[in-house]
Design a protein around this ligand. Sequence first.
Ligand code: UDP
Length: 362
Amino acid sequence: MSPLSVHDRALNAVRVSLKKKSLWDYERIVGSDVIDEIRSHAEVLKGLRLLQLNATAAGGGVAELLTSLVPLLRSVGLDAEWMVLPEHAEFFEVTKRFHNALQGMAYIPTDNDVASYLDQNRLSAEALTGTYDVIVTHDPQPVAVRHFAGRRGATWVWRCHIDTSEPRPEAWDVLRPYVNDYDAAVFTMREFVPPGLTIPSEKLLFVPPGIDPLSSKNRRLPRSLSEEVVSEFGIDTRRPLLTQVSRFDPWKDPIGVIRIYRELKKRHPALQLALVGFMAHDDPEAWRIYASLESEIAGDADAYVFTNLDGVGSLEVNAFQRVSDVVVQKSIREGFGLVVSEAIWKETPVVAGDTGGIPLQM
Ligand code: UDP
């Protein structure tokens, strides 16, 4: 199989470099039958040139999934690549509005917003000079790349990770024709299929994502090390800790988490709160929400807001999820919510919103 020749022409699509993974390392977790089944499916796909394209290589569930999935696809013989759209502040402001509108938030796209959205998609399409058999784009940000790139001999799949069951029509009407260009679409749940899709029903697939038990986010971590890691952030590990690990996003309702913490604190004065969030490049809203959380907890020495910029990476999230007495995921809309499985995997009690993919996990 020839190496992929995609390059980052004018930085309009950027290749993500990845660690190596081996499917066989997972045998002790899932058993040999599952590994054999995956191998037999992969046999017929050997050498398939597969491109995954999304908005960011870090922060949020899609980046988390692809970080493990792409190396695993390679380990069973697929020629898998992962590229991300370039960082572009105005574009990501617009795509976050589309993201929110697809989950039901009021938004009427302006002509400027639509032009900015389409321009970046066109530039990214022009940067894809490689040859692929299958191209999978994730979420709304790169949807129109398919339109601008043309078919290019590939099968195009749109993988939607959010709850698009009730999109705002003004925003969905803009994106829908671009989605309908795709050969197939994958949703986490059947309920998420938005209205007006013309992709044939047999080309709609429903696949919940999963976590990687061997990633640094989820791998075994001794209790003592977890406590050491969390203590470094000022948490007193002898006292109870309530944690939410989430992007700072209105749908994750972090202000609601603070409200719950305050109620609980009346009965459990020793309680501490950690809101752990990631500042993803494609999520400019996070900065505004971060500022509002900081001012909401100001003066409370037991409530903390931490981000990757404070040094909270995968290993630290792992430690927080293990050391917490309860992990909360107070989502009001949720595609899946990998953080729920991450905490359950660590046998930490979870209280979570009854929405989207969360009930699949609880
Ligand atoms: N995450 C992280 N650091 C943070 C916040 C989130 O590493 O400070 C990770 C989290 O552990 C999970 C992913 O980002 O793996 C979030 O995925 P989820 O499906 O829960 O939500 P999404 O961000 O995709 O809406």
